[in-house]
Each structure stands twice: as C-alpha cells, then as structure tokens.
Design a protein around this ligand. Structure first.
Ligand code: CA
Length: 716
C-alpha cells in the first residue's frame, strides 16, 4: 500500500460537490477562495458551507463545471497550494449509479484461439493496466487498457492466451492496486491470479433433470463437501474432494453403506452444499492443514480449489465439480448451492475494493464500512453494479454448472429488489430452481422495508426463508441453551407448533402468518450453525437418559418431515449428529465436522424410521400442500391437550389414496389413550417403532400413544 502525502485533501462527495479539508497547522485552516484545475482550464469553486473541526476546517464547495470522473483534476487554495481531487462519497450516490451503470454481458476475459478480450468496470480509475503471464513463466507483460463509456476499460490482446495468468493494475486517487478480475471463472492456486481458459475445454455434457415444479415437494439435505468423505471409515478414497461423490465403496462392517448411495436411499430430493465457490481460510496447496465451512468468499465464479484433485490445474476443479453435479443428477438428487453474496473475506483485500474503492460496500453515516454481517463488511446489493454482479454470478452457476437452487447466506443483508431480480433471472433459465435464504434482521444501513428479511417475506413470495419460529417451537431457542421446544417436553409451545405444521401461513382470520405461501417456509431444527440438536438436547435434557433423549430427537425431526412447507435436515441429523458440544465448528478439525459413518451404522434404526417418514411424505401430496388455500381447507387440529397434539389432514383424497390422515404428536412420558375422530377403521402407518407408507395394523375408536412418540393413521 502506498500512502500519498498531501498538504490538504479534496474529495468529490457528490457529482458537483467537493469537500475540502484544510489542516489548522498553516494559515489556521483559512482560505478565502478555491479553484478547480483541469488541464489548462481553471474553474471557480463556490464555498457553500464551512465548519471548524478539532484539527481542520472543512469546506463544502460547489463546482460550476460538470466533473468527469476518471479524469485528473487539481484543487488549489488561496495560498497557491494544490492537491489532487480524490473520489469521495460520490461513489455511493444514485447519480453515480445512474451515470455508470453498464448493462452488457461482456465483463471478464473472453477467450478465442487468436485473441482474448478483457473488459473491466472501473469508473473511478484514472488508468488501468493488465499484467499477463504465460504459464510457468516468471515474466510479466503489461498492457494499458483503453477507457470507454460507463467506466468500462477494455483491451484485446492478440495470440493464443490459453493458460495465461492475469491481474489488473488499477489507479484510483493516485494509488495503484493489483486485483484479480472479479469476473474470473478460473484461477491459479489460492486465487492469486485469474487464468484465461478455453471454455470449450470445460464443456462437459450435463445430465438434465425434469423441472422441479413445486417447492414443497423438496426435502433438503445440508452437507459440506469435505465432511461427506473425511471420516476415516467413510470407505471413500478421495477424501475431502469433489471426486469422492462419484465413488461407490463396498459397505463395510463398521460403517455399512456409505457415500452417495446412502444419501440417495434416504429419499431426500435436494442436497444443499456449503459454499463451493472459491474461499479463503484453507491453503489449496495443503488443504489438510486447515478446515473451513467456506463462508470466506474470494472469487465468486471460480470453484474452490481445496476440493480439487489438483488445485494448480485450473481445469481440475471445474471439471471435477461438474462431474460431481452430474453424479448427483444421475441419482435424481438436485444441488442447492450455498452462496455468500453478503460479504467478502477481507474488504481491503477484495477485488471489489481494490478496483472501485468504496463502491461495493455499505458505509454508515460517518462514512465507515458497516458491519451487519459481523465479519467486517456488508455488500451493498442495492447498488446497480453490485446487483448486476450477483445476478450475473447466479446466472453463470445455473447455466454453466447446472445447479438447481441457491441458499443465500445472511440474505437479510441483501435488498428485496435484488432478490426479486435474482428470482426473475432464475425463472428464465431454470423454472423450479429453489431460492432460500437466511432472512435474519441485521444491523446494516438499509431501510427496514428494503431488507430481504423474514419480516418482508410477503414482498418476496417466490423466496423461501429459514423458519426460526419452527426451529424454536419444536426444538427450543438456539441461543438459549436451556429453552425447550415441544419435542423437548415443553407443553406451552403447542400454538406455535400448530402454526409450524400449517406452513406458517395465515390459517385463521385473526392470525397473520409469517408467509404468503407454504413454499416460503424452510422447516428446520438443525443446520451447520450452532449446536447440533443432539448436543443441545444432551445439555438441555441432561436429567433424562439417552434413550429418552433419542426419542425426543426423533420426535423433533418427525415434526419437520411431516409439517407443511419445505423440510430441511442437516446431514447426520438422522443419526443424532454430534460435534462433541462445539457450538461453532466453522474451522474446527475434521474430527469434529466429519460425517461419522460409524455412528450412522450404530443408529440405523433411527435412519430407517426417518427414511420411512420421508417415503410417507412423498407418497401423499396432502403432506406437501403447495398453497395457503389448500392448507386452510384441509389442515385441522381436533385435539390439543397437555402433551398431545392431533394434526388432521381432512378430505384429502384428491391428493392421494387416503381421504383422512391423522398425525398425533406426543411429548409426554406416560402412555396416553386417545379417542379417534370419525367412524370406522384407521390404518396405522407410523407408531413409536415403525414408520411406513404401508399399513402396519388397524385400529378403531381409540389409540394408545407411547411416551414421546408419534402416530400416523390413515383412512380411505
Ligand atoms: Ca480457495
């Protein structure tokens, strides 16, 4: 970093407003006049405001000429001192956004055999160069880019540049910075340079799946690429790699069936993978040294290198990721990509900040970068070129990698308009792709009504939200270890449980409902964040024995799998995943994070039970109603007393073979006898031991419900 020493400072803060800061040290910060110099011309600056600050005097001046951003201006005071006019807060004005919005789709490097053209958006730069390096060469070649309209810089370089490495050198406010192209689609190891690649060579035939039309048909399984294979008994050879997904290991006595076939047989429909675009925190040259979940985004359109067999070969990660997605598709498993457009790893080091300083991030009223994300920077999605970047990136992953949905990390940082624009773009390319996000309310400088948070869910009817009301009413608060939800024995959360089972939509005239439609509710009780449910129950219900706690765990997951909305389960939740009590394992070793296939084998009975519930959910559409009006019409709660809640899907034979479905949830410690509604026999599909989509036995009149268990009954 080079610091320029200036006698005083002048900033362009609005298109025609210049802020001048004169230090007290000389002339007591006084200057009767200021002028603006451009080439041979001098313009008068009108002083419109003057404020004395502790060490300096601040002048606000109005320019009488239109300032051309990117050109070199000087400001002179009455004492003959001069300074360069720096780009200031103007960069965050709407006028700037209007003036420099560039809507074409040629940003980045476009390779052809004979030439490669490079296009960069850098409106505040006064000069831009490209630094090119042949593969394995140490020598750089520099070329200057030519400025065009809308802040675009461009050059076409002759010759076959496949495999060449490149970075940009960008001069803003007299400081040169070196940055990797944010539109890069390939990179060298550890994202040091972008790499020019031949897209023909990354062209692997896709394995297309039919459109997935109703989001409530989805059952999402959240998984980390490395955790999937890293356990010593996984039976998978290419541990921590994309390639492990294509292995088909023989079952072993200790771990049974492992790998993707196991997930396929669970019956889930979507595998949601923690971030697999390039991130920091793991050395791609030696991934075993560190672990990371991946929420440190570096290059948004490049696959992460630590999961590749050879991170030094730019094609390796691309081809292996595509093969992984194809393998998932062959097993009818769709892929949801976890994307982190709300922040970057380190703001100062990011390409965004180096190329257009100040533009891509939100700033508070004091001009300091805001921190609603808790990681030191918030991306300003509401600015036009930021929104465009996000949409371009989403389209790229959809078209190039054929992913089937996106999970937006800290979506509450992003703005409503951007999320709606993302959905529109997605609908054109892949209708039925699922968009979900963390709609938490975060302290970022954006008007509350513009934040893409759960409270504004009704403004974004096609986007789904992690439903913390479901989470907390079934399991208990995530942030208060000792708060218990229904499954953990609390009988005071039954009204919330009813809302949870009803898709959190409006069911009665005087209740509001969180969402417009059940397709917006991601029903979950465990994800990669916070304690696993097993670890929470172990602390929260430590007075109960292990068998009882397992029943509670199973009951909680059962609610999720039978509630209206979209069920979401964390990998390993089906076998009581534990992280040994660790609350935040984002960089804990594999021994904490890995998917423990041996534990799976020890708890196969629970896996089978949940697999049966998944089959049941898939067998009758009444469990997956896709509209609020259907829920209003068919969902009833005829019994609600103490530890029991009866959930009745009434007159649903238009959705499947049974006309009535009864689900009884019981969180108490004593066996209960319950009278059944309606006349005639009921078929028992699920009891405390077995879960199936086929009848186990028949009952009439009443049923006994075992301690901490669930029963599902069906009638034609
Ligand atoms: Ca990386």
């Amino acid at each position: 970093m080079i610091f320029i020493k200036r006698e005083f400072e002048a900033y362009l803060d609005e298109m025609d407003k210049i802020t001048i800061l004169l230090p007290m040290g000389s002339y007591h910060g006084d200057s009767a006049t200021f002028t603006l110099l451009f080439e041979e011309t001098t313009y008068h600056l009108e002083i419109v405001d003057k404020k004395t600050l502790p060490n300096m005097v601040k002048y606000i001046c109005k320019a009488e000429t239109t300032i051309s951003i990117g050109s070199k201006y000087m400001v002179a005071d009455a004492h003959g001192r001069k300074t360069d006019l720096q780009i200031g807060a103007v960069i965050r004005t709407e006028a700037f956004d209007e003036a420099f919005f560039y809507d074409k789709n040629d940003l980045g490097a476009i390779y052809q055999k004979g030439e490669t053209s490079f296009t960069l958006w850098a409106p505040t730069a006064s000069a831009v160069k490209i630094k090119l390096k042949a593969p394995k060469s140490k020598e750089d070649i520099h070329y200057s880019l030519i400025r065009e309209e809308k802040g675009i810089w461009r050059i076409t370089v002759q010759g076959d540049l496949e495999g060449f490495l490149y970075t940009y050198l960008v001069c803003v406010n007299l400081v040169w910075r070196e940055a990797v192209d944010p539109y890069a689609i390939a990179s060298s190891m550890n994202s040091e340079e972008a790499v020019i690649i031949d897209r023909e060579r990354m062209n692997i035939p896709k394995v297309p799946l039919p459109p997935f039309m109703e989001a409530t048909d989805a059952i999402i399984y959240e998984l980390h690429i490395r955790d999937f294979s890293s356990h010593p008994k996984s039976g998978l050879i290419q541990k921590g790699k994309y390639a492990a997904f294509s292995e088909e290991p023989e079952p072993s006595p200790e771990a049974g069936e492992t790998g993707l076939s196991y997930i396929e047989k669970l019956g889930v429909t979507h595998v949601e993978l923690l971030p697999f675009n390039d991130y920091g925190g793991v050395d791609e040259a030696d991934p075993d040294k560190a672990y990371n979940w991946g929420y440190n985004p570096l290059l948004f359109n490049v696959p992460e290198g630590s999961y590749a067999l050879d991170a030094s070969d730019p094609y390796s990660r691309i081809v292996e990721l595509k093969e992984m997605i194809n393998t998932l598709h062959r097993k009818d498993l769709r892929v949801i990509m976890d994307v982190v457009y709300n922040h970057v790893y380190i703001r100062e080091d990011s390409s965004f900040e180096k190329i257009v300083p100040g533009y891509y991030f939100r700033h508070d009223e004091h001009g300091m970068p805001s921190n609603g994300t808790g990681v030191g920077n918030d991306i300003a999605s509401e600015r036009k070129m930021v929104r465009k970047f996000i949409i371009d990136s989403i389209k790229f992953w959809l078209e190039e990698y054929d992913v089937d949905g996106f999970r937006f990390d800290l979506m509450g940082i992003l703005d409503v308009q951007s999320m709606k624009a993302v959905k529109e773009a997605v609908n054109i390319i892949k209708p039925g792709a699922i968009l979900l996000g963390e709609g938490w309310e975060l302290n970022t400088p954006l008007a509350a009504d513009r934040k893409a948070m759960i409270m504004n869910a009704k403004k974004m009817p096609e986007i789904a939200f992690f439903n913390d009301m479901v989470r907390d009413s079934v399991k208990g608060s995530t942030f208060n270890m000792f708060d218990r939800g229904f499954a953990l024995g609390n009988t005071h959360k039954t009204h919330l449980l009813k809302q949870s089972l009803s898709g959190s939509v409006q069911t009665e005239p005087n209740t509001k409902g969180l969402f417009l439609e059940p397709t917006q509710s991601i029903n979950y009780i465990e994800s990669h964040d916070n304690h696993t449910m097993w670890d929470k129950i172990s602390v929260c219900n430590s007075h109960e024995d292990e068998e009882t706690r397992m029943k509670r765990h199973r009951l909680a997951t059962s609610v999720i799998l039978l509630a209206q909305g979209i069920p979401f389960i964390h990998a390993g939740q089906e076998f009581f995943r534990t992280k040994g009590g660790e609350e935040n394992s984002y960089k804990s070793p594999d021994s904490v994070n890995h998917l423990d296939w041996q534990r799976k084998q020890q708890h196969l009975e629970n896996v089978d039970y949940l697999r049966g519930l998944i089959r049941l959910r898939k067998s009758h559409k009444a469990f997956r109603l896709s509209t609020t009006s259907q829920i209003q019409q068919h969902v009833r709660f005829p019994v609600e007393k103490g530890h029991l809640l009866m959930y009745h899907l009434s007159e649903v034979n238009t959705y499947g073979k049974w006309n009535h479905l009864l689900v009884i949830f019981h969180n108490g410690l004593l066996t209960e006898t319950l009278a059944l509604p309606l006349h005639g026999e009921w078929e028992v599909l699920v009891d405390e031991n077995v879960a199936s989509d086929c009848p186990i036995r028949k009952v009439q009149g009443e049923i006994q419900v075992a301690p901490i268990s669930m029963v599902v009954l069906a009638q034609y």
